[in-house]
Design a protein around this ligand. Structure first.
Ligand SMILES: Cc1cc2nc3c(=O)[nH]c(=O)nc-3n(C[C@H](O)[C@H](O)[C@H](O)COP(=O)(O)O)c2cc1C
Length: 176
């Protein structure tokens, strides 16, 4: 007798995911790099590596070291910038049915808002706002630890973007 498959669908507001498995931003590149290892169509959503308005070179190496309890990383949010991401990375993901969540990072409120506005018209499922990166001098955690700034940032991103918005906040004591 054929086993019935469990219903793994999840709703996040109005947004329906086939299952709750989403990749952690930055650990799964832009998704397609992993297509040989994982059926991308089977994921609930792919959360891509952080994207900024302009390209960022990231931190100088070494960026990753192995430790007795795992690994430490300080990539510094290297990425090609939002225009190149939209032109080159996003179209490759359109070959898959899996929803795409774009993780954004800015050094100012304006930059986050410009990114939200730019991505609003694109074929993506949601935006994830990275306010939790401890490895960069400006932006990231500077936003994530100030409640007033988080409120203002959330409001301005919400105004510019009509898709689901995920605020990814730093959690003190968390090993990010
Ligand atoms: C190599 C690496 C790169 C990452 N890059 C990003 C990023 O671009 N944007 C982001 O919001 N988080 C980034 N993260 C954080 C992860 O998405 C995740 O929040 C973090 O690793 C905590 O989850 P864990 O405890 O399961 O490792 C990165 C993490 C690692 C290890």
């Amino acid at each position: 007798m054929a086993m019935s498959r469990p219903d793994l669908t999840v709703a996040v507001g109005d947004w329906q995911l086939a299952n709750p498995v989403m990749t952690a931003s930055g650990t799964f590149g832009y998704g397609v790099e992993y297509a040989d290892f994982v059926d991308l169509n089977s994921l609930g959503a792919i959360v891509v590596k952080g994207v900024s308005l302009l390209p960022r070179p990231g931190n100088p190496p070494p960026r990753i070291v192995e430790t007795a309890c795992g690994m430490l990383n300080a990539i510094g949010l290297e990425n090609p910038g939002v225009e190149k991401f939209i032109a080159e990375k996003l179209p490759q993901l359109r070959d898959y049915s899996c929803p795409v969540v774009v993780n954004i990072l800015g050094e100012s409120m304006e930059e986050y808002c410009a990114l939200a506005e730019r991505l609003d018209g694109e074929n993506i499922a949601a935006i994830e706002v990275n306010i939790s990166c401890p490895n960069v001098k400006k932006g990231g955690v500077a936003f994530g630890t100030d409640a007033k700034m988080i409120r203002e940032l959330t409001r301005c991103v919400r105004e510019k973007c009509h898709k689901p918005v995920i605020i990814k906040q730093y959690h003190p004591g968390h090993g990010h």
